[in-house]
Design a protein around this ligand. Structure first.
Ligand SMILES: O=P(O)(O)OC[C@H]1O[C@H](O[C@H]2O[C@H](CO)[C@@H](O)[C@H](O)[C@H]2O)[C@H](O)[C@@H](O)[C@@H]1O
Ligand code: MG
Length: 917
């Protein structure tokens, strides 16, 4: 790992610096790390290969370019050839087809028949299930494959390819969550209800998939690199990287549509996904509408705030989790130069002629779509059927050539059947023995055939009901922009209003694919246009086709500007808590101190303060934590003693408690409460209460919570605007006399609180940290901090969690103590190079905090604590596991077993090859 600054956790080098503060690193290094969901090749083992015959090892693997995502891949190639950038591409290999050659090794050692790597299972390579078995590749084989991938992409080594290996059984598992859960939701499809078990398994794999990328990027990352993450398979990656590299410049581009929040919020992992992607500095969509949906989702699901950027049109700033994230849109383009070069060759001229000759006297309507439920192939056929019914004069004068590519998403078989039925119905109604008005090809077609069809077409018909950016539309307009002898110039495009490309190609003949009559009328219009009309239309459309060159340039220019602005403003980023590091420090430490706020940290905020009681899950986790004699747990809350005793102390006497923001303390395993404010004159209470009463009368729904010392005015149940208005009025009034009475007025979550200034949560933290862990607290009147406590009596691990303004006192106190320790105990750091301090804020957004890391909400708090006590799976959330090349947790039992099996497998294979020769 080149530069793991351990953001999201303690910073060993400079305790006083706020996490996110940059060292003297370059703002931009000139390197781009492009993370793509898959490298653009289908890799399969060549069955003819034989090492013993002296074949070149690289001949063992065939690599065939895959179709789809052409715009993304051409963006990568352009960057590769750019003199301004050094490009690194990180991508999964896709499912590697092991070929039959992996099957012929007979089991020689019966003891190897265990788990997912038995010799028996090896024999399955001959069977249809071959793709489901693990692929045991030796280090050498991986090296050869990596080199071949590299040379495939770039013989001059201008771009470096970093394959992500995930070779475990059933390699398609890595797409499970993205394909089966996310893809439908992003395309407005609701999955039927289920018990969630399958989804959970897919989710774990999704987390691991993202972790594998994070580990790969971490191996190559240098400060100043721009990390560019592509699409929804990798939504957790930005946050995983942010945990490791607080200062990294991370961009996420979402290639698919982003739905209305009404759909997105149906995902059970909606918060995790948003949290993951919000690790980016910039989140970019294909169009403004998608970006707007995203912003609205963040507001509703994460309570984030957003502002329109006045200087940049169509740009939002979302304040989420401590950093401002730019949200905007930039429609992807195509490589127009290359398309024109490839589509106008003598070979393609000949192919165009063949097609035109085959359909002489007929106009060609062309369509190419993936065969999934959102590309609208069914709608297209229905509209075409309506067209032939409505306009009999066109029946023998038109043909629809529809190419439907097979895909892994959507409901394949059923759709295929529906499409076939429609094709048959149209052809039997309107065709004859020697002519079928629909020519349907359910296949991938080679590039030259595709360009020939684009050129030969008289109309291109796109009826998708949802897509991000339809590059066929862009490619068609591009091809039609060039005049040639075969009259292929300027033929119209009929385009669905639901396609992302309709926001770019606004002058196309826009249709609603759900209205087949209207589509059929538009088809007629398109087919009947004069040359002049077509010319006018093409010119308008051609001017709007975004090029991939421009897309790359604009995207990166904006990223550089974002990076420079961040640098000049010295903006602070609060990264997500680095949970693997937390876990590691926790396990290594013997004296551990937990300092927990209560409301909004251990329990979610609710309308009624009395209803915010601890959950069974919280008790279970706290009990497990407390059962470890090395752990001491304190709840440091604004709540009063009565509440804390009733709900926590009486059930778990082993907890230390502090009430009313530091006014009271009750030591661990002790019943007696100590009042730290006895010497303070309490006559202020009446004055403050009177003022609060006045405001309560004016604010229906509000009320005063009177504790022993502190007073809290709550307005959560009032009208929000009215509540905020009177809260600020109240604060102003109270501030008028607070300091002369030695009081502090604090604005909390829908409340205004008052307490003596000399007590606060930070003072409690000071007492607890500067104290031999495990010894009783002293409560003498003139308490002073004893800084002579030897280091080996002080805590080695401190996790401090809080959600509110008042918790900042705890965080600053910890930051201060860490600074003192740096001077006092320079040799007292742990193996990770720090003192084990974790000041962590809980929640959102615009909040300015001195905490070093954040967790999103109480649920994530419990998941994190659950992780420490072994209650929560490592795979539940991102940021917890490191994987080996097969996708097993690194150094785990299954990883080691799998490695052994791999070695044994390769030995058997070599032996068998020798025997065979
Ligand atoms: O320091 P804490 O443990 O976080 O306590 C802060 C205050 O929390 C309570 O009020 C807040 O939580 C309520 C329940 O979710 C919510 O209804 C209210 O709007 C919040 O302000 C509590 O009532 C206060 O006494 C605490 O000071
Ligand atoms: Mg709180």
């Amino acid at each position: 790992m080149s530069n793991d600054t351990k953001h999201g956790g303690p910073n060993p080098e400079s305790p006083a610096t706020k996490t996110g503060e940059r060292a003297q690193d370059p703002v931009i290094s000139g390197r781009i790390i492009n993370c793509v969901p898959q490298l653009p090749y289908r890799i399969s083992r060549n069955d003819q290969y034989s090492a013993l015959n002296g074949d070149d090892p690289s001949d063992e693997w065939d690599m065939e370019p895959i179709s789809g995502n052409s715009a993304l891949y051409s963006s990568l190639y352009l960057l590769r050839d750019s003199p301004d950038w050094e490009e690194h591409v990180v991508g999964w290999t896709g499912e590697i087809d092991p070929g039959n050659g992996f099957a012929y090794v007979a089991p020689t050692d019966p003891s190897l028949k265990s788990g997912d790597h038995s010799a028996n299972e090896d024999s399955k390579y001959n069977s249809q299930e071959s793709n489901e078995d693990p692929l045991y590749l030796s280090k050498e084989q991986k090296k050869v494959m990596a080199l071949k991938l590299q040379s495939q992409e770039d013989s001059q080594n201008k771009m470096t390819v970093h394959p992500v290996w995930l070779l475990r059984r059933d390699q398609s598992r890595w797409r499970g969550y993205a394909d089966n859960v996310m893809w439908p939701a992003l395309h407005y499809i609701l999955n039927p209800p289920s018990d969630g078990q399958k989804e959970n398994t897919w989710w774990y794999d999704y987390v691991k998939f993202n972790e594998a990328y994070a580990a790969k990027v971490a191996q190559i990352y240098k400060p100043g690199d721009i990390v560019w993450v592509h699409d929804y398979n990798l939504m957790l990656l930005p946050q995983l990287l942010r945990m490791r590299f607080g200062d990294a410049v991370i961009a996420y581009f979402h290639h698919a549509p982003w739905p209305s929040n009404e759909y997105f919020r149906c995902l059970s992992k909606r918060k995790q996904l948003l949290d993951g992607v919000l690790g980016s500095n910039r989140i970019c969509f294909q169009n403004d509408g998608f970006a707007r949906h995203f912003v609205s989702g963040c507001k509703r699901l994460l309570d984030s705030t957003s502002t329109k950027n006045k200087n940049a049109k169509g740009e939002w700033l979302i304040s989420a989790y401590g950093g401002d994230v730019v949200v905007d849109s930039l429609p992807i383009g195509v490589n127009t130069e290359q398309i024109l070069r490839k589509a106008f060759t003598s070979d393609i001229d000949a192919k165009v002629k063949t097609i035109k000759d085959a359909y002489q006297g007929k106009k060609i309507i062309f369509g190419r779509d993936r065969l999934d439920s959102v590309r609208g192939v069914v709608q297209k056929l229905q509209a075409y059927e309506a067209f032939l019914a409505m306009y009999p004069e066109w029946r023998d004068k038109v043909v629809l050539i529809q190419v439907s590519r097979p895909t892994s998403t959507g409901n394949g078989l059923k759709l295929e059947q529906q499409v076939n039925e429609l094709v048959n119905s149209i052809n039997s109604q309107y065709g004859s023995l020697n002519f079928s008005p629909v020519q349907h090809y359910h296949m991938r077609i080679p590039e030259d055939v595709y360009y020939s069809l684009l050129r030969a077409a008289n109309v291109c018909l796109i009826t998708s009901v949802r897509d991000g950016m339809n590059t066929t539309a862009l490619e068609y307009v591009t091809v039609k922009s060039k005049a040639s002898k075969d009259k292929c110039y300027a033929h119209p495009l009929v385009l669905s209003e639901f396609s992302g490309s309709s926001t770019v190609l606004k002058d196309a003949i826009i249709v609603n694919p759900w209205d087949s009559v209207a589509v059929s009328k538009s088809l007629k219009r398109a087919l009947s246009m004069t040359n002049t009309e077509k010319d006018v239309l093409e010119k308008k459309l051609w001017a709007r086709v975004p090029t991939i060159q421009d897309w790359n340039t604009s995207f990166l220019e904006r990223m550089v500007a974002i990076a420079e602005k961040r640098d000049s403003e010295d903006s602070k980023i609060t990264p997500a808590l680095n949970r693997p590091l937390l876990f590691k420090t926790y396990q290594a430490a013997k004296r551990r101190l937990f300092l927990f706020d209560y409301d909004g940290t251990l329990t979610p905020i609710v309308q009624d303060p009395a209803a915010a009681i601890p959950s069974a899950k919280l008790f279970r986790i706290l009990s497990k934590l407390a059962a470890d004699p090395n752990n001491q747990i304190w709840i440091i809350s604004g709540r009063d003693q009565q509440f804390l005793s009733k709900w926590l102390g009486s059930r778990m006497p082993q907890l230390g408690l502090s009430a009313e923001h530091g006014c009271f303390m009750k030591d661990v395993a002790c019943e007696e409460w100590v009042n730290l404010t006895t010497k303070f004159d309490m006559s202020w209470q009446k004055k403050v209460h009177d003022v609060m009463d006045q405001i309560t009368i004016q604010t229906p729904g509000s009320f005063v919570e009177k504790k022993k010392v502190a007073l809290t005015w709550h307005y959560r149940r009032a009208d929000p605007e009215q509540g905020e208005f009177y809260a600020s009025k109240l604060k102003k009034t109270l501030d008028g006399f607070a300091s002369e009475l030695g009081l502090e007025v604090m604005e909390g979550k829908a409340n205004v609180e008052v307490r003596p200034k000399f007590v606060n949560k930070g003072e409690i933290v000071k007492r607890l940290v500067w104290h031999p862990l495990g010894e009783k607290q002293l409560y003498d009147d003139d308490f002073t901090i004893d800084e002579s406590v030897p280091k080996d009596r002080l805590p080695e691990f401190i996790l401090c969690l809080g959600d509110d303004f008042t918790d900042e006192d705890m965080f600053s106190q910890l930051n201060h103590i860490e600074e003192v320790w740096h001077k006092k105990f320079p040799d007292g750091k742990n193996d990770c190079g720090h003192y084990g301090f974790y000041p962590v804020t809980v929640g959102s957004a615009s909040k300015k905090t001195v905490a070093k890391a954040h967790l999103t909400d109480p649920q994530q708090v419990l998941d994190t604590l659950g992780l420490l006590v072994g209650d929560v799976s490592l795979f539940q959330s991102a940021g917890t596991v490191e994987l080996d090349d097969r996708g097993h947790v690194r150094d785990s039992e299954s990883s080691m077993k799998s490695e052994q099996a791999g070695v044994a497998y390769n030995m058997r294979r070599t032996a068998s090859l020798k025997d065979a020769s």
